[in-house]
Write a protein that binds this ligand. Structure first.
Ligand SMILES: Cc1cc2nc3c(=O)[nH]c(=O)nc-3n(C[C@H](O)[C@H](O)[C@H](O)COP(=O)(O)OP(=O)(O)OC[C@H]3O[C@@H](n4cnc5c(N)ncnc54)[C@H](O)[C@@H]3O)c2cc1C
Length: 276
């Protein structure tokens, strides 16, 4: 197995486009599990860990750009947490401090597990994924990026450079249900954003991709839900419709029935929190 450690993004693009079957390595918190426990044996690895540009982020009036190599530890607190509270909440739920120091948003997107904690936030806030390859750069809306369980629409030779997230006023939050309170992969997860002009809800681990409950969002707006006061009946109706949009399965982590129940509870709780 060859391992190359480019120092610039240009060099990484050159190396990866010359060998699009190489495996990219960022924090290694998913990839090393694949190698050490699941027998994955990549012929060639291109490490992105020494590319300074991928570890940078910026906050403008209308958007936040986070380099794919920024670790969760940087999102948990500080300016990124102020600009994107839901992402901070999601980051705080990821693994342990060690995992959050190494694991990156780029790696979460590269793996594209429906249980990835960063992903419902990107879906609810309408993030775009910025890709770079030998053919140039392009940005893909999150909804078109994740195309299935652990599948994304990056082309061979493309590297996730950054994630661009529109800044939004109003309230945003993230919550997750698992078999314990820490060091746990989600059984169900959810991000909700509510402002005077918009509600968006995205859920993880209850379908092959992250699911936006668009029908529930529309229903809530039609019921006058964006007003300052909303009745418990509308909150319950919203939660019910979000649960209906989930597509959970039975697996080793949970049953479909429990997941649907968890989604209903998460939707109700997050919506209620958004009015406090
Ligand atoms: C003990 C433990 C606990 C965990 N807990 C959680 C949890 O609670 N929530 C959660 O969501 N995840 C969890 N994870 C999984 C993992 O930490 C995250 O998915 C993390 O975001 C992966 O990032 P990484 O930088 O380590 O990725 P890596 O392991 O380096 O890479 C993961 C995949 O993404 C690809 N990749 C990496 N960077 C790029 C890029 N820039 N462009 C294109 N492809 C890229 C790689 O080729 C690889 O296929 C846990 C893992 C462990 C080991």
């Amino acid at each position: 197995m060859s391992v190359t450690t480019p120092r610039t993004l240009d060099e990484a693009v050159r190396l990866f486009s010359a060998n699009p079957h190489a495996t990219l390595l960022a924090g290694g918190t998913d990839l090393m599990v694949e190698i050490n426990l699941h027998g994955r044996r990549p012929d060639a690895v291109v490490s992105l860990a020494r590319i300074a540009e991928l570890g940078t982020w910026s906050i403008d009036d209308d958007r936040v750009v986070i380099g794919s190599g920024v670790p969760y530890a940087t999102m948990e607190s500080g300016p990124l947490a102020v600009a994107l509270p839901a992402l901070a909440e999601a980051a705080r739920t990821v693994g342990s401090p060690q995992i959050r120091a190494a694991g990156t948003l780029g790696g979460n997107l590269g793996t594209c597990s429906p249980a990835g904690d960063g992903l419902p936030v990107l879906a609810a806030l309408d993030a775009t994924i910025d890709l770079i390859g030998a053919g140039g750069e392009r940005s893909v809306p999150f909804a078109d990026f994740m195309v299935g369980v652990k599948r994304n629409s990056a082309q061979p030779g493309e590297i996730i450079r950054s994630v661009t997230i529109p800044r939004r006023d109003g309230w945003q939050g993230y919550a997750k249900v698992g078999t314990r309170n820490a060091m746990v992969i989600a059984t169900a997860s959810m991000c909700l954003h509510r402002s005077s002009s918009r509600i968006a809800v995205a859920m993880g681990a209850v379908g092959p991709t992250i699911i936006r409950a668009r029908e529930a969002e529309r229903w809530f707006v039609d019921q006058g839900g964006l007003n300052d006061i909303v009745s418990p009946d509308i909150m319950d109706g919203f939660a019910e419709r979000v649960a209906e949009a989930s597509r959970p399965i039975d697996d080793h982590r949970s049953t479909a029935a429990y997941r649907r129940h968890a989604v209903r509870v998460l939707a109700r709780r997050l919506l209620e929190r958004s009015y406090r």
